[in-house]
Design a protein around this ligand. Structure first.
Ligand code: ATP
Length: 446
């Protein structure tokens, strides 16, 4: 007889561009674990990792569950079987990883690894050395790369978190157009705001809940309360049979990847960073509609970009002037031939202090108050009206009013990444846990 223990199971890298989804494989495992008497302790975790990793398939997500059970081997066998089935259906093109451990294995070192996976580029070697030290069971297929994400998902405490209700399709519908009523999504998103977020973008008029690929997801509703998500789910009209839904607790919408301050000289390609500094060049807009400026913090300089898809956000960036003191967060691209400096793709800007913006112009006539014209370099000015000359008069500094105010600005929802914190959540405490409701988190329909 085994003793009941708190266990953690995590998965990553189940999907390819053409088949599967890591969250779906977890939902299949949960379906098998319920009848054998596993007691879940929390909502399943959907952990988004560094979104700037070049080898991610889509949103760099990994998943984990925490539960109480006595037979670790049985759980591992079930998970392994389901992952292997998904791996073969994905034509063995993915590199899935499964990890299972007891609660005692979640050490400080493992939590640090999870935290670093949010913003750095980590190695399989490092993941494996932690796994070996901590008596962790694992299995991989096709390579070990998936171990990084699976290990990171295992120990992320999700201190700040939101929730996502993911609704899955029946396998017979995979690849067919999704029959979800647009109007009902718009209505749901208006009526459940601010408890749900980024499900519809009123600016671009785009539905954001439905993915576009062949994957098994029908739609995913994002929000901050599991109860509200079920309410929102009931408001969506669907014209195809639903398989099941699962509610995840997640770091989506929390900016978890942008919590780490960097000096510009330490910024590395593919990292997610936040840096503070002074604007060094006034922004310019390229032919493609991308906006660029240089930022300096005294240790080095970095090129910052707001790309065309960030739409009206670029109008804020275009208002920046040399000397403004700002904080920016985003992903770092390596230098290339076109941009010889590292480039930060801005995901949010916090304007801390505005510099004075000014131009020098011809002074007014001291006699009659009309505008003067220049008599040539260092030769003074002559009044256009009364014709008096003033050889000692110099150019006048004219303050240009600024059209922005200090504060935080972010791109519109259609340009958000999974981790982007919506503007309305900057003033909400996302650390508050909804008590885990076992009757709510999983529902099977067909
Ligand atoms: P989806 O969101 O649909 O699950 P995905 O974008 O998560 O797809 P994966 O198939 O999971 O894509 O691939 C991401 C890969 O990157 C995984 O193998 C994971 O182990 C690895 N990875 C995740 N975070 C890091 C990191 N910080 N450093 C290095 N590798 C990472």
């Amino acid at each position: 007889m085994y003793k009941k223990k708190i266990l953690r199971l995590s998965l990553d890298d189940i999907d390819t561009q053409y088949y599967g989804c890591t969250t779906y494989a977890l939902s299949q495992i949960i379906k098998e674990l319920i009848p054998i008497g596993v007691s879940f302790i929390d909502y399943p975790h959907l952990v988004r990792l560094n979104p700037n990793i070049p080898w991610k398939t889509r949103g760099n997500g990994a998943v984990s569950i925490i539960f109480i059970y006595d037979n670790k081997d049985k759980v591992f066998e079930i998970a392994n079987q389901i992952v292997y089935e998904n791996y073969t259906k994905a034509a063995k093109k993915s590199t899935p990883a499964i990890i299972l451990c007891e609660e005692e294995s979640i050490t400080k070192e493992l939590i640090n690894f999870s935290e670093e996976a949010l913003y750095k580029v980590l190695s399989v070697k490092k993941a494996k050395s932690i796994i070996q030290k901590h008596n962790i069971l694992y299995k991989t297929y096709g390579g070990d790369l998936g171990l990084i994400g699976a290990l990171a998902a295992l120990a992320n405490p999700l201190t700040e978190h939101t929730y996502e209700l993911i609704c899955y399709r029946l396998p017979k519908n995979f690849g067919l157009p999704r029959k979800v009523d647009k109007e009902s999504i718009i209505k749901m998103s208006e009526q459940t705001f601010p408890y749900t977020y980024n499900n519809y973008d009123p600016i671009s008029k785009r539905i954001l809940v439905t993915p576009h690929g062949n994957d098994p997801i029908l739609f995913g509703i994002r929000g901050i309360s599991p109860n509200k998500l079920v309410e929102a789910f009931n408001m969506i009209k669907v014209d195809e049979e639903i398989s099941h839904f699962l509610i995840f607790k997640t770091n989506q919408g929390t900016n978890a990847h942008l919590n780490f301050p960097f000096k510009i000289c330490d910024v590395k390609p593919y990292y997610s960073v936040k840096v503070k500094g002074h604007v060094r060049t006034n922004p310019i807009i390229s032919n493609g509609g991308h906006v660029f400026f240089l930022l300096s913090d005294g240790t080095s300089e970095i090129n910052c970009a707001a790309y065309e898809p960030t739409k009206a956000f670029r109008n804020i960036i275009l208002q920046l002037r040399v000397g403004d003191y700002i904080e920016v967060g985003g992903g770092v691209r390596p230098p290339n031939r076109r941009y010889p400096l590292k480039l930060l793709n801005i995901e949010y800007i916090n304007i801390l202090e505005l510099a004075e913006d000014y131009i020098y112009g011809n002074p007014l006539c001291p006699k009659c108050g009309h505008r003067t014209k220049s008599l040539g370099k260092n030769k003074g000015f002559k009044c256009k009206k009364c014709k008096s000359s003033f050889p000692n008069l110099i150019k006048e500094k004219k303050i240009i009013p600024r059209n922005i105010t200090p504060g935080i600005y972010i791109p519109p929802p259609s340009a958000h990444r999974h981790l982007t914190k919506p503007i309305q959540y900057y003033t909400i405490d996302l650390r508050i846990n909804a008590p885990f409701d076992e009757s709510l988190f999983y529902r099977q329909f067909n």
